[in-house]
Design a protein around this ligand. Structure first.
Ligand code: GDP
Length: 286
């Protein structure tokens, strides 16, 4: 489900998160490892205003591992600890506990010095739709605690889910809106499946994806579709469309008259990109 974000919705989403911030010690900011900047809420620093934060680069299984490492360093330079994770398989998820304790170390120590019994760390997961919030909550909780999928506007009584031996999560994650102002950000969000490609033109999204692949992963399309191509001029749209058509021909994406169905070919390419069948691809680079 795609949420239509209007200014009123954004204000409401922001208020809901700000109300929850009072209850928690640390924010777990979920980003898509393939597009850590494009999947980031544009006002996040302002909204979280100084709250302790752990950044998770989720879907790291689909991202280019070398680029993900660069992102970890990028966030470190911003003063933020970032951890690549894969909420579906659980990769690195257990490290969230130790890292959260590390980020809150001074406070936990201050409590101990005062002779207070350390209480569970209280955390809130935030992120744009489809970044994997529910999957991560379920993974951390070790059971089907949160329904996966988007649940915009659903407000229930706050509930804490106990995860690990010293952490509690708010059961409803904070849903943030993505960036809208930038055309390329929109294409990256659509290419990775964060927003439905129907919002944009499917052919445009696939065209963008193919161009990115040719630029940064020149063998990916050749290996997947067994199409032959030499040096493609990235500034010549005709050459890119020709390659998309060649892929369509390979995949039998034909219209009734026998002409190549470019939209079908585009959907094939996007489906393969999102599922990792074109390899581990990152679209944002530091
Ligand atoms: P939410 O809207 O942020 O709660 O996102 P969901 O938890 O519903 O996840 C959106 C989609 O991403 C689902 O199809 C998940 O299976 C998938 N997903 C979540 N985490 C990962 C991950 O780490 N790797 C991969 N490959 N898919 C993931």
């Amino acid at each position: 489900m795609t949420i239509q974000w209007f200014p009123g919705h954004m204000t409401k989403a922001r208020r809901q998160i700000e109300a929850k911030l009072k209850l928690i010690d640390i924010v777990i900011e979920l980003l898509d490892a393939r597009i850590p900047i494009s999947s980031r809420n544009p006002m996040i620093d302002e909204i979280l205003s100084g709250k302790r934060r752990l950044v998770l680069l989720n879907k790291a299984d689909l991202a280019d591992p070398g680029i993900t490492e660069e992102w970890v360093r990028f966030f470190a330079d911003e003063g933020l600890q970032a951890l690549p994770v894969d909420a579906s398989s659980g990769m690195n998820v257990q490290q969230i506990f130790a890292l959260s304790r590390e980020i809150l170390q001074d406070r936990l120590e201050a409590q101990r010095r005062k002779g207070m019994r350390p209480r569970a760390i209280r955390a809130l997961i935030v992120g744009i739709p489809n970044v994997g919030k529910s999957t991560l909550i379920n993974r951390l909780a070790g059971r089907s605690a949160a329904a996966t999928g988007d649940r915009p506007g659903v407000t229930k009584g706050q509930q804490w889910i106990k995860v690990g031996h010293d952490m509690e999560l708010l059961d409803t994650p904070g849903i943030l809106w993505p960036k809208f102002e930038d055309q390329e950000v929109g294409l990256r969000l659509a290419a990775t499946g964060a927003i439905k490609e129907e919002i944009l033109n499917v052919d445009d999204v696939a065209f963008y994806a193919v161009k990115q692949l040719l630029q940064h992963y020149p063998d990916a399309l050749r290996e997947r579709y067994q199409v032959e191509y030499g040096e493609v001029d990235l500034d010549n749209p005709h050459e890119i469309v020709e390659l998309m058509e060649a892929i369509g021909r390979r995949r039998g994406c034909l219209m009734s008259g026998g002409a190549i169905d470019l939209e079908k070919a585009s959907l094939v390419i996007l489906r393969d990109l999102r599922s990792g069948r074109l390899g581990r691809i990152s679209l944002d680079r530091p």
